[in-house]
Design a protein around this ligand. Structure first.
Ligand SMILES: *[C@@H]1O[C@H](CO)[C@@H](O)[C@H](O)[C@H]1NC(C)=O
Ligand SMILES: *[C@@H]1O[C@H](CO)[C@@H](O)[C@H](O)[C@H]1NC(C)=O
Ligand SMILES: *[C@@H]1O[C@H](CO)[C@@H](O)[C@H](O)[C@H]1NC(C)=O
Length: 171
């Protein structure tokens, strides 16, 4: 019977491990963080149109501006002001310490510029935000589905381990 308990022990370990994996997977996304300009950050030497067209922005994501705050700032503006590099009457000044985040809360196009003339040199960026694809949410039905798929994995394992015990029992 020693063999049986050992098998049972390893099956139990497996179940716990699988449950841990499933719990981690069910964790909803917190919203991705996009470092504006990639490695360059927020400077005069990046092409932000190039950068932004290669990113996918979903509602709830964050923009992360990394810059020298002695030189630059970040203003949220409307489309007209973006096109004309107008830093008067901006929507918000999101400049804090130079490592500043901004959450994209709506599915729309957001516009940002740097004031002090840097916008003319290309320090401007727009991001098209789309509604996030349906993510696995921790709803009761989702949990039930996880449990169902879990038993699909575990049941054969238990059967297999019980079957492999047969010779021992015959002795
Ligand atoms: C930036 O990249 C875009 C898209 O690739 C391109 O159309 C544009 O000419 C570039 N701008 C500069 C200043 O290089
Ligand atoms: C954009 O903002 C500027 C500056 O505040 C303002 O003059 C302009 O009317 C705004 N344009 C639109 C379309 O809201
Ligand atoms: C935005 O805020 C920063 C930090 O407070 C400041 O240095 C900068 O001048 C502000 N920009 C504008 C256009 O007001």
């Amino acid at each position: 019977m020693e063999n049986f308990w050992m098998k049972l022990g390893s099956v139990a370990t497996l179940i716990v491990t699988l449950m841990l994996i499933l719990t981690t997977m069910a964790e909803p996304g917190e919203g991705a963080l996009h470092k504006v300009g990639g490695r360059s950050g927020w400077t005069e030497h990046a092409n932000y149109t190039e950068w932004s067209t290669h990113e996918r922005f979903s509602v709830g994501d964050w923009l992360y501006f990394v810059f020298n705050r002695q030189m630059y700032d970040v203003l949220e503006v409307n489309e007209t002001s973006f096109e004309s590099c107008n830093s008067q009457g901006f929507i918000s000044n999101i400049t804090r310490g130079g490592r500043d985040v901004f959450q994209l809360k709506e599915a729309k196009t957001y516009y940002f510029i740097c004031s002090r003339g840097y916008c003319w040199g290309g320090m401007k960026v727009f991001v098209d935000v789309v509604v996030a694809p349906p993510a696995p949410t921790p709803s009761p039905s989702g949990a039930a589905r996880s449990l169902a798929s879990l038993s699909l994995v575990i049941l054969p394992l238990i059967v297999t381990s019980l079957l492999s015990l047969k010779p021992t029992r015959c002795l």
